[in-house]
Design a protein around this ligand. Sequence first.
Ligand SMILES: Nc1ncnc2c1ncn2[C@@H]1O[C@H](COP(=O)(O)OP(=O)(O)OP(=O)(O)O)[C@@H](O)[C@H]1O
Ligand SMILES: [Mg+2]
Length: 484
Amino acid sequence: MINIKILIATVKREMGENIANCLKENGFTGITVVTGSDEVLPCAGRENPGLAILDVNLSPVDGFQLCKAVKDGAGGHGEGLPVVLLTDAPVTDETSQRAAFVNASGILRMPFLPEALLLQVYKCGASGLSSRLAVSESRCRSLVNGMIDGALLLDSKGRVVLINKAGEEALHLLGAKRTNDGAIVSINAIHLEEMRREISASKQGYVSLKMNTVGNNEKQFMVTASVAAGVDAREPVGVVITMRDVTRDNLLQGQNVKSERLHAAKNLVAGAAHELNNPLAGIQLCTELVLGDQAVSEKTKKHLSRIQKESEQIQAVVKSLLTLTGNYTLSKEPLNVNEIIEDIVIPKASQFEYANISFVKCLDEQLPIICADKNQMRRVFTNIIENACASMAETNTERRLTVRTGKQGESVKITISDTGPGIPREYLPKIFEPFFSAKDYKKSKERGLGLSIAYSIVNQHNGSISADSEVGKGATFVIELPID
Ligand SMILES: Nc1ncnc2c1ncn2[C@@H]1O[C@H](COP(=O)(O)OP(=O)(O)OP(=O)(O)O)[C@@H](O)[C@H]1O
Ligand SMILES: [Mg+2]
């Protein structure tokens, strides 16, 4: 049995059937005979033959023209199909030239000798098959190499039959172990045999495993292994493995969960802060009334003053929480950031002197005016400057606070740096989160809200805020606010 599909197109059906019978007697199967020229291309597209035998006398489109169309893959069957032309006239020079012009693989004179037919079919069939095989192999390679995921096909002994570049890299990152002859023994310490067992035990016919890379380059891969069926029943089955780098997906998923949680927490906090405001106002009013009463003893007044002070603190926290959750309306006005900085630092001159902090200001006199909420901006810079001063109180080296302003692109950029102990690398991603504080809660009043409030305010102004630091060398905060 010879497994090649042949399309025969002749003017007379009888002629086509004769050729088909001769081929069938010699072991060929999958033969289709058509008679009209208009049937050739649709049939080629449908059957995807490995060889076409075309009568030059076909009409209205003759065999030469059809040969060209078939060779060009006009039926949607792929290019390069070998074609043998049939002619009942003597093969003249002109016929040979025309045949060569349309790239026919051979010419067969009718009535045909079975040997001549078979010779043409074998010759064209073999060359056609090998060129089609080469095309399909190169397509297969392009597919595998074009994949972003690592892909490899292993034979029954674990030897690599096909692998792409991403696959080579992934195997290396996942610490795959190989035998001397290159067969894969394990990937990420999981034995190939174990994978095979899990595949056969699974209902879906594949197994998916999360793997972390070995070495410094920390990445996560999703590795899927499934059975690679052999071409026929005698061929033992191999394994197909795909390896997808899911590091970024995991990160994004984690960030989404985090931002959803943050959103829920913000709503909760905003609700609670709002509910606390009213009873708090009641406590403050009553305390003030009782304090004003002449009949109240000095001892009671002392207690009441304490209540008043504590409730003021609660009110400050509630206000901070409302700011943090963005539950306030910005009252924007044209603003010169330099003036705000001056307003904050001038009253602090004696504090700086007392704490031995030298203050360096490099304010751009041409700084563009921005449109922002003055009070909220004061909070942003105050919070950052207070953190800087507090951090420098912990050091005995030179204490220097530097504030720079300038125009950068379409923004005003403010840089605040100190020479304090700096922020440990592991804290940097957390400092803008609410309630993150490295300070001891019991010893200080800090609640870890200052920077998260600053972040929320800058965010509401469509600006950005970031921090950089090297432990032992201080910290730098950069704020950028758009010039409207
Ligand atoms: N300039 C700085 N140098 C070193 N660490 C800093 C600096 N600024 C902030 N940090 C770190 O970031 C943390 C968070 O700062 P944030 O202002 O949000 O909270 P806090 O100062 O602890 O409390 P709060 O500001 O609410 O009173 C601080 O506890 C500190 O560890
Ligand atoms: Mg602070």
